[in-house]
Each structure stands twice: as C-alpha cells, then as structure tokens.
Design a protein. Structure first.
Length: 174
C-alpha cells in the first residue's frame, strides 16, 4: 500500500513480511530500504504507480543488513547504495555498496543507532522533521535486540539520540 507522507515523500507498506520502504523526491530520487523478496512484485507495482522505474532511483539508503531490508537491492541497478561500514562487512555485501560516511546529501543526516544490529543507522531530514528509524524505533515500541548481532546495551543511547531530534513524522522499518 502506498501512502503519501509529505509532498516529497511516499511510504511503501507491504502485505507480506518485509520492511517498509520510503521514496524521497528531492533533486535525486532516494529510496530508504528495499524490503524482502516476498514484496518484490508489490514494490515494483507501487513504483510504477508513481511513474518510477527501478532504474530511475538514484540512491538507496539501507538502515541495516537484515534480509527484510536489503533483498531487493539488485533491482536498483543505477543507484548508489549506502550502508554503514559495520553492516557491509557483517553481511559480506560486496557489490557496489558504499560506506554511508561517503554520502553527500544536504537534506539528510545520518545517525548511528546501534542496538538492533551493531551497525544500524537512522536518517533524519531536519527541515521536514522526518525520521527514518529502520528497526531501532517503531510507532509502538523498539526494535528487537535478541539477535546474535544485536547490542542491547547500546539501544538506550540510540533511542535517546532519536528522541532528542524532535521529529514530527516517524517512518519506521516495520
């Protein structure tokens, strides 16, 4: 299901298990997370509804490397893809994925939010006060910290960082 979040941001919410995705229309088309294989056809259909082909997406931002957030990266052949260095190494992702520290977008801040995974990151759009929290923070709770790659002792500090942002709209991973 597509939902317009603001005049420049659309949310993709799927029927099957996988992460939510968000498309930001600024000077570039930026997709936050790509969801799971189970949602591939629905993702493609929703993009088409917005008159977007996967090849039109300029940048993909990945909040972390769990399969339900990254399985469709292969669709975005022309996109620059970014993830935290810890997540890239952990997932052994080799194909044209850059360390998010190299990201140069003046409308998005990258925030390290370890807890759910050691390299989890969130993205904040300060002008719009919109937070893309991945699996760190949800509308009604926080992300799991019981995975082998989780750092439960770091979650509290990550949540404090996010709460201090004074966001108005939360775009969570699930």
């Amino acid at each position: 299901m597509l939902k317009q979040i603001s005049d420049k941001i659309w949310g993709f919410y799927f029927r099957k298990f996988g992460s939510n995705c968000y498309l930001i229309f600024y000077d570039k088309k930026v997709l936050v997370d790509t969801s799971s294989f189970e949602n591939r056809e629905e993702l493609l259909k929703d993009l088409k509804t917005l008159n977007i082909e996967p090849e039109d997406v300029d940048i993909v931002l990945l909040t972390h490397s769990h399969y339900d957030h990254i399985e469709n990266i292969d669709l975005f052949k022309n996109a620059e893809i970014y993830i935290s260095k810890k997540e890239k190494l952990k997932a052994n992702i080799k194909n044209k994925i850059a360390d998010v520290s190299r990201l140069k977008l003046d409308f998005i801040e990258v925030i390290s939010t370890p807890g759910h995974t050691s390299g989890s990151i969130s993205f904040f759009m300060p002008k719009e006060k919109i937070l893309f929290s991945g699996d760190t923070l949800f509308d009604f709770g926080i992300g799991r910290t019981d995975f082998p790659e989780s750092l439960p002792e770091k979650m509290s500090n990550s949540l404090k960082k996010l709460y201090n942002l004074k966001y108005k709209i939360l775009c969570a991973g699930h």
